[in-house]
Design a protein around this ligand. Structure first.
Ligand code: CA
Length: 222
């Protein structure tokens, strides 16, 4: 069941949206304010976030910016004024869609459905490889077993899992994984791929899901 977080301070609007989402078979949760919404989005995996731009504590743009620091969840903005639309489109916040108030809840549900259809391409491929990635909990399961990973092993595998089949160069993986780490060299990637492979092999000896592309980098086998 798709999980939707609705962040809206006007109860009338929130109620109508929640009702329409639930009537369509989705699990919808509601936050009145931005800060508690961020906390919920950190601790649980949602499929779509619907953010009102005009919130009392933290406006929807600031909320989205902070959300993007840790999540790629599809975001749909609810905007009240035409002036806000320019900001939604102009700020490159990583919003996926917007709806202008007043709107029909059915139209919003249709937009949510459209996001859900587009979203889980990677998730399906990942599932096919036997991985389950709990991004919020920073845990990865493989063939049904929880992996005991170091911080960099986790970030490295998460980077490969985010786009199965895509070849990542050592440089790209360094940027994605060792962004905050000082004084590291290319071999760091190879070393961590090696320890990762050993942990995966211990669970499924013949699978070898991480593929080496000589001179290019690594990918997750699809
Ligand atoms: Ca509002």
């Amino acid at each position: 069941m798709a999980r939707i977080l609705v962040v809206e301070d006007e109860m009338g609007i929130a109620d109508a949206v929640l009702y329409a989402l639930r009537a369509d078979g989705m699990a919808a949760e509601h936050c009145l304010r931005g800060e508690p919404a961020l906390a919920r989005l950190r601790e649980d995996a949602f499929d779509v976030a619907i953010l009102d731009v005009g919130l009392p504590d933290l406006d929807g743009f600031a909320l989205c910016r902070r959300l993007r620091a840790f999540s790629d969840i599809p975001v749909i903005f609810l905007t009240a004024r035409a002036g806000e639309i320019d900001r939604v489109l102009g700020l490159e916040l990583g919003a996926d869609d917007y709806v202008v108030k007043p709107f029909s809840p059915r139209e919003l549900v249709a937009r949510v459905r459209a996001r859900l259809r587009r979203a889980p391409v990677a998730a399906v491929a990942v599932a096919a490889q036997g991985f389950e990635h709990d991004a919020a909990g920073q845990r990865i399961r493989y063939a049904g077993y929880g992996l005991a990973l170091t911080r960099y092993e986790y970030l490295l595998l998460a980077a490969l899992l985010s786009r199965p089949g895509a070849i990542r160069s050592r440089e790209q993986l360094m940027d994605a994984v060792w962004r905050d780490a000082p004084d590291t060299v290319d071999r760091t990637v190879d070393t961590h791929v090696k320890t990762l492979r050993a942990k995966l092999r211990a669970i499924a000896p013949d699978a070898d899901p991480i593929q080496t592309h000589r001179g290019l980098g690594y990918s997750l086998r699809t």
